[in-house]
Design a protein around this ligand. Structure first.
Ligand code: DC
Length: 221
């Protein structure tokens, strides 16, 4: 049986940084499910489909192939065989992912892929519905959060460092984060919420290393 660690939480809480490093330390595979929703979103944007066009989105989702590969231990997302990993972390793609992930057909396809991955290997998987829907039997569940102001500051620094800040300001990023939180937490299908058996970790005042150490304590039990 594979060992599964589920990390859920809102955008910018540090999930991917923590999950990636934790997976490396444990020798597990890191599965970034947000990147899968982002790859789907990129496909919809490329097809010129609007986020409100549910029928066209579901049709496009059914017809597209999203898969995962690993290069030097790093997850790569392939869209119809094209490695799109470098194109996924823009605000435009993130907002489209938040909107299009509300459609059950988009979710079903990606959840199946995620469950297959977790059944076949030890994983640290991060997302919004991992502990509640994708891996309800996960061995360890963490709900990682931080204040909206803190998450906006981190995302701002990340975009600035990558040189992809564009016209965004700290204020516009915080507004985006708050909108996305609201959507992710209030959608009908698989909303973001803390699983009953998940441990809450608030990273507002914690370093990455402290968060990882806290999760490793849970794994040792
Ligand atoms: O974690 P992220 O910012 O890369 O995720 C982008 C969007 O994808 C997020 O706003 C909601 C959606 N998502 C989801 O619905 N379920 C997941 N397991 C992961 C992401």
């Amino acid at each position: 049986m594979s060992f599964n660690v589920a990390i859920d939480g809102p955008a910018g809480a540090g999930k991917s940084t923590v999950a990636r490093q934790l997976a490396r330390q444990l020798g597990f595979i890191y599965v970034d499910t947000g990147a899968m929703y982002r790859a789907m979103a990129l496909h919809f944007l490329r097809q010129g489909i609007g986020a409100a066009e549910e029928e066209r989105i579901c049709e496009a989702a059914a017809g597209v192939e999203v898969s995962i590969a690993y290069e030097n231990g790093e997850q790569q997302v392939l869209l119809e065989g094209e490695n799109v990993t470098g194109l996924l972390r823009t605000e435009e793609v993130g907002n489209m992912a938040s909107l299009s992930s509300t459609y059950p057909k988009v979710r079903k396809k990606l959840v199946e892929l995620q469950q297959k991955l977790a059944a076949s290997a030890d994983v640290v998987m991060d997302g919004r519905d991992i502990g509640t829907c994708v891996l309800p039997e996960a061995d360890v569940k963490v709900y990682l959060t931080a204040s909206a102001a803190c998450r906006a500051r981190r995302r701002y620094e990340e975009l600035k460092e990558k040189g992809t800040l564009g016209t965004h300001t700290l204020e516009s990023i915080q507004a985006d984060i708050e909108d996305r939180d609201y959507r992710d937490m209030h959608r009908e299908v698989s909303p973001l919420r803390q699983a009953q058996d998940a441990v809450l970790v608030d990273s507002s005042q914690m370093s990455i290393d402290q968060v990882i150490a806290a999760i490793r304590q849970l794994i040792r039990r």
